[in-house]
Design a protein around this ligand. Sequence first.
Ligand code: HEM
Length: 393
Amino acid sequence: MSAPLNLMAPDVRANPYPLYAELRRRPVCQVEPGGMWAVSRHDDVVAVLKDTRRFSSAGLGRSFLPPWLERNPVAASLVMKDPPEHTRLRGLVSRAFSGAALQRLEAQVRAIAEELAEAVVRQQEVDFVAAFSLRLPVRVLSLLFGLEPELWPRMRVWADDLLSIPASHPTPERREEIRQSLEEMERCFQALLASRRAAPGEDLVSELLGAEGLTDDERMSFLFSLLPAGFETTAHLLSNTVLVLTRHPREAERVIAEPRLIPRLIEEVLRYEPPAQSSLRLVTEDTEVGGVRVPRGALVAVLLGSAMRDEQRYPEADRFDLDREGQGHLPFGHGIHFCLGAQLARMEARLGLEALLARIRGVSLTRQEVSWSQSYIARGPLRLPVRFEPRAD
Ligand code: HEM
């Protein structure tokens, strides 16, 4: 008997692309963990993401509210809702991510990126994940929320705790830690809502308070959801880009010489080594995907990371190619749940890389083996020991 197809197998976490290629050769099929139905071809992925009636986002919500947890505002957030509720909520919160809101942030994000880049390049040898990738998004989120610097380390713990809820079977001690984390977050966000209500500013929280029709519970759920949505993913994008540069020195040389290629670099990394590898959907009625019957109640793993390596859609899909034409791919999802933070994430990555590449002649790994995040949803290195060659001038 052949080994089960397992998205969590250690060799698959280290490199999921051979398994994805095998999955694309079959029609839609069941995989571990949990017997989920893997949808791996580009066109099937797009079809599932478009069909919100038969493929509900509620499955995600359930996984964030296991029986041992009495309350978790994330479980009621935008990304886990279907129309019509999703439509109403998205209409109300999306102004906070408008072009004007991003423009207001740009100079501050650039200043943070410059400060962090200066420090990592001065050290020359660093763990890029700890010294840069995790720091930039935490500081940007705290800007967005208007949180004090003392809370930066707590934000990281909150994001980790939230993300560990669907992924693990925690011990009683760990459950208590997670509960306390959620309570601490809620107290903090309640204080934030009260202070902006008293004195509104030009920030996300004030924007949410100004959105008539949102309840305070909905505002709380949305704020909670931005930690798992906006933090780890963006950190992985920065780390994945630097890792790709160490493995493609010729491309690294080109981008360092021609910084206008940075947006192109980011788009190709988002396709080739995407931070969000999959999303989940719950099947609401017996249906068919890619010619295969999938029963009502099944959980579907929508493999974005596989869709973007599909040869039917991308010629030489396994080749990292800065000159690749025709984007239109799926790193931020597709359809009604298309990532609200996509432009913010792209801006953070662009400003982070501009600050970094302006200071270096090259970058290399100091240890070849990379340990990867243990999740089939988010992919990025846990540590990235690199050496920067600073510019002489
Ligand atoms: C939704 C990826 C950064 C906020 C999504 C989805 C993906 C995604 C794939 C769709 C999920 C689904 O269909 O189930 C990413 C990646 C990022 C990133 C790869 C970084 C490189 C951010 C940031 C924020 C954010 C920085 C905000 C601070 C959201 C929100 C949604 C979402 C609110 C839900 C939208 C909805 O349901 O209508 N993201 N994201 N994301 N993302 Fe992002």
